[in-house]
Design a protein around this ligand. Structure first.
Ligand code: CDP
Length: 217
């Protein structure tokens, strides 16, 4: 039977790396819901009409966000623009949690996410997957790590992309995003009681992936 696997957790916990790897091993589709909110934030910045709630809602209303397979890789599209790389800039990261707090944006994204998961065989990562998007997921995992380790992982990731951001700044950005994501009114980041808690501090990618595969049965 093709299962649905929900992986939630705070910024920099390694969700996307692990979810992608596990999806590959299981022959499932990987759905990066954060990338969808990031695509909306990218479009808001690109449109240049400001970042008020009204401007965000208006932009999101007409935007077509899509995850498309190009060969084996998943690419993120905002209308017809491939924004896979563009959604990882510090500017998009700084705006995304504001975008993700808005009810109309969330309902549009959640509907798309449920549609993609309807036949099973998916590993979906985000903040509200087990609690809201796929409450009946077969496997629920909450992935976390210490803030120091998460900031270090993000620093390495950004360094590879050519950004050299001070560690303290990254730590502050992550802490601010954790706070915004956990305290928002609609679908905040929570660990549902039935989710397996996996603290990945000090674990290698392989170790985490092995543990998640075990949990997938
Ligand atoms: O990769 P990183 O941990 O930096 O974040 P992400 O997974 O790309 O998600 C970016 C942002 O989108 C999060 O900080 C949340 O504000 C929002 N998000 C959300 O609200 N719900 C989700 N299911 C996924 C992401």
């Amino acid at each position: 039977m093709k299962k649905t696997v929900a992986i939630d957790g705070p910024a920099g916990a390694g969700k996307s790396t692990i979810a992608k790897l596990v999806a590959e091993k299981l022959g499932y589709i990987y759905i990066d819901t954060g990338a969808m909110y990031r695509a909306v934030a990218w479009k808001v910045l690109d449109a240049g009409a400001g970042t008020t709630d009204e401007a965000i809602v208006r932009t999101a209303e007409t935007l077509d966000v899509r995850l498309r397979f190009v060969g084996d890789a998943v690419r993120v599209f905002a209308d017809d623009t491939d924004v896979t790389e563009a959604i990882r800039t510090p500017e998009v990261t700084a705006l995304v949690s504001k975008v993700a707090q808005l009810g109309s944006v969330r309902s549009k994204m959640v509907e798309l996410q449920r549609g993609m998961a309807k036949d099973g065989g998916v590993v979906m990562d985000g903040r509200d997957i087990a609690s809201n998007v796929l409450p009946n997921a077969d496997v629920k995992i909450f992935l976390t790590a210490s803030i120091e380790e998460r900031a270090l992982r993000r620093w390495k990731e950004m360094k590879e992309k050519g950004y050299d951001e001070p560690m303290e700044k990254l730590k502050e950005e992550i802490a601010a995003r954790d706070k915004a994501d956990s305290e928002r009114e609609i679908s905040p980041l929570v660990r549902v009681p039935e989710a397996a808690l996996l603290d990945t501090t000090g674990m290698t990618i392989d170790e985490v992936a092995r543990k998640v595969m075990e949990l997938c049965g």
